[in-house]
Design a binder for this molecule. Structure first.
Ligand SMILES: C[S@@+](CC[C@H](N)C(=O)[O-])C[C@H]1O[C@@H](n2cnc3c(N)ncnc32)[C@H](O)[C@@H]1O
Length: 288
């Protein structure tokens, strides 16, 4: 029977969201944007879509993110799935950034909500958002223009961005890794490590792996093909594997977590004048 083949998402979440979403507003928004021109302008023909990305439906949207519907409905839905509040959850990442970075990169930036918050917080910095979906980038760019924020959006694969090594002070990824196979998340972290300057900060905001493991229904209800694999993994371990130090993860409310890692400084620069020298930072005595 057709009803039996419905996913939990189709049975429960889609009807709820359809009540919460203002369809007329979405149609007006769709008509205000020149999608054809925007998608053509953002599309980099050299970008190769990984298999996991082309073949998966993410939270019930067929053809994943490579369509206008995904870009239009993403924000209206996301505001309801980040308790206790979307802005509060995203701010946990922005507030965790130390110092005054000059160049920041948001990997898998989607419709750019976190990217724009980064630009608001670090107004004089160069902020770049990168995503595999030209449609999501069109939406992100529209939001940036509406907010008069100077942010660059770029079509690319976070696993191999093509951006120069050691060119960013901060790299972040928000709500990306629960939608990628863990092997992809690890590759993205290695790429982020390459892109960061020594001492640069890596921040990952995503679903709380411990909470997801403990509440199986959560992994079932969102139609996310890789969320179970993600929840079985450990972002701390992935950060360590990529080479980051000072790795730690903290809960953001109970459904999300924020992970942090730093690209090590060359030994001579460690702690100089910063009072930061720890036991692990001290050079090992050399045999005479
Ligand atoms: C759940 S959305 C998160 C969007 C945004 N970061 C946010 O916080 O709202 C995941 C995004 O990651 C993008 N994505 C998935 N795999 C990617 C990859 N390998 N490289 C770049 N973007 C990717 C998708 O196109 C989608 O826009």
């Amino acid at each position: 029977m057709a009803a039996q083949s419905k996913t939990l998402f189709e049975q429960f979440l889609a009807p709820i969201f359809s009540h919460l979403i203002d369809r007329d507003a979405l149609v007006r928004l769709r008509d205000r944007i020149d999608w054809e021109t925007g998608v053509a302008e953002f599309t980099n023909p050299q970008v190769v879509y990984p298999n996991y990305y082309k073949t998966s439906n993410f939270h019930g949207i067929k053809n994943g993110y490579l369509n206008i519907d995904a870009a239009l409905t993403y924000d209206p839905i996301t505001q309801y799935v980040l308790p206790p509040g979307e802005t509060w959850v995203r701010e946990s990442l922005v507030k965790a950034i130390k110092g005054e970075p000059r160049r920041l990169l948001d990997l898998g930036c989607g419709t750019g909500t976190t990217t724009l918050m980064l630009k608001r917080r670090f107004a004089s910095a160069e902020v770049i958002g990168l995503d595999l979906s030209p449609q999501m980038l069109v939406m992100a760019d529209y939001k940036a223009r509406e907010a008069s924020l100077d942010v660059t959006f770029r079509h690319g694969n976070a696993m191999a961005t093509g951006l120069p090594a050691a060119s960013f002070d901060v790299v972040c990824a928000t709500l990306l890794f629960h939608e990628t196979p863990p092997a992809v998340a690890k590759t993205i972290l290695s790429e982020a490590f390459r892109l960061l300057t020594p001492g640069g900060q890596m921040l990952v905001l995503d679903g709380n792996q411990r909470a997801l493991r403990a509440t199986d229904w959560l992994s079932n209800i969102f139609e996310e093909p890789f969320i179970r694999d993600y929840s079985q993994g450990n972002v701390d371990a992935w950060l360590g594997y990529a080479g980051f130090e000072r790795v730690r993860t903290e809960d953001v409310f109970w459904l999300n977590q924020l992970s942090y890692g730093r690209k090590p400084l060359p030994v001579v620069e460690r702690g100089e004048g910063r009072g930061e020298v720890g036991v692990g930072d001290l050079p090992m005595p050399q045999p005479a």
